[in-house]
Design a protein around this ligand. Structure first.
Ligand code: NAP
Ligand code: F7E
Length: 353
């Protein structure tokens, strides 16, 4: 019988980390997750697996080498999934130094910890790279060979992470890989990313819990996939015979405006957009009420506006299906989930009145 595998996930409390933990547990892994101290102990995404005897949590921080050496030395993982990051692009303009520390040097700290613990020949490492590396895109669609042009402090930090993974692969023959993942969303997506912000607002507006939604660049285009489908690909990348880097995307592109139209439709509100630029508005066709307005607060100093991935390599080499969940299904999954939350909130409000 083959030995049971041990995996370490950094960023286990995040959207991807929580799905990956579930996925690896279902595959029979011993799963260790790295969490960081916070005054609120917010662990909503992993609450339901915390009692599982094969799931273990440890305190560590990507900005603290000692904590990583200690953790990796104790757990001795066969696979590390480095998902921890300051992952919000707009926030990276406000906290650029911290973003660089965690998203760039954090990757180096993991790689060095693995070497220091004598695991360089046995431990496989997945790095959460990103389509933001393509930034101010030099080719459409973007593939593994497309030149990078990072366009935010987040993307610049992630660029270091990408290259240090490749360097350790070449220099020390370590099995480390980059998954260049395009935007992937879910009902667990952080509430300030644009998709979740929209499905939450549409649902809350439907139940009279919110008046309006303020957004930034409605014309920005993204290749949006479903996080649950993308998790499988992270795992497939580490099961390959040779370490390599892969673009993970659906190959389909939509604007923020299209996402909003569909999300509002899914909660029963038909919108139409009128006006242009900062004067554009989303109007409820049935009532004439303005439900969406543009606020320059959500404009970025530099914005990435044309992301579309080419998943051909992942399809051919990993046998991964990039279109398991369609765009329409993704929006519906998110809208349905937020509609249930808003309904419960409205019921509590009505009981209190
Ligand atoms: P997320 O929901 O923001 O989760 C980020 C995770 O990193 C959280 O568990 C967070 O912990 C943890 N973290 C942040 N700073 C840390 C630190 N200093 N030390 C240890 N842990 C830290 O992000 P996600 O959407 O799941 O994305 C996962 C990874 O993929 C990230 O690296 C992201 O940059 C990258 N990525 C995401 C996408 C996407 O569309 N989702 C696409 C491409 C790449 P707390 O819960 O304590 O904050
Ligand atoms: O923005 C525009 C915004 O914040 C998408 C992270 O997971 O994916 C994510 O980064 C687009 C941008 O995601 C609002 O200007 C308009 O053009 O949802 P987002 P992101 O910046 O693409 C990549 C692949 C990652 O690696 C990151 O970790 O939508 N937009 N109005 C808005 N964006 C936000 N957040 N809020 C708005 O009101």
């Amino acid at each position: 019988m083959s030995k049971r595998k041990t995996a370490l996930i950094t960023g286990v409390t995040g959207q991807d980390g929580s799905y990956l933990a579930e996925f690896l547990l279902s595959k029979g892994y011993d799963v260790h997750g790295c969490i960081r101290r916070s005054s609120t102990d917010y662990r909503e995404r992993i609450d339901h697996i915390e009692g599982n005897p094969d799931f273990h949590l440890h305190y560590a921080d990507l900005s603290d080498s000692v904590s990583l050496v200690k953790l990796i030395g104790e757990v001795k993982p066969d696979e590390i999934y480095n998902l921890a990051a300051q992952s919000h692009v707009q926030v990276s303009f406000d906290v650029p130094e911290y973003t660089a520390n965690v998203d760039a040097l954090g990757v180096l700290r993991i790689l060095e910890a693995v070497r220091l613990c004598g695991l360089a020949d046995t431990c496989r490492i997945y790095q959460a790279s990103t389509s933001e590396l393509f930034g101010r895109v030099e080719e459409v669609p973007q593939r593994e060979t497309t030149p990078f042009h990072p366009y935010s402090p987040y993307a610049v930090a992630k660029q270091y992470g990408y290259w240090i993974i490749r360097e350790y692969r070449d220099a020390y023959h370590m099995f480390c890989c980059n998954g260049i993942l395009f935007n992937h969303e879910s009902e667990r997506r952080g509430e300030t990313f644009v998709t979740r912000k929209i499905t939450l607002a549409a649902s809350r507006i439907k139940y009279g819990l919110q008046e309006k939604l303020y957004l930034g660049n409605l014309s920005s285009r993204r290749d949006w996939g479903y996080a649950k489908d993308y998790i499988e690909c992270m795992w497939l990348i580490l099961q390959s015979d040779e370490p390599d880097d892969y673009v993970i995307a659906t190959g389909e592109q939509h604007t923020v405006r299209e996402f909003a139209l569909l999300a509002f439709h899914d909660v029963g509100i038909e919108l139409e957009f009128t006006g242009e630029g900062p004067d554009e508005k989303g109007i409820d066709k049935a009532t004439g009420r303005t439900l969406i307005e543009v606020s320059p607060d959500f404009y970025r100093p530099t914005d990435v506006v044309n992301l579309l991935g080419d998943p051909t390599k992942a399809k051919a080499k990993l046998g991964w299906n990039p279109q398991k969940t369609s765009f329409e299904e993704l929006v519906k999954i998110m809208a349905d989930s937020d509609l249930r939350k808003a309904e419960a909130e409205a019921r509590t409000r009505d009981l209190r009145q």
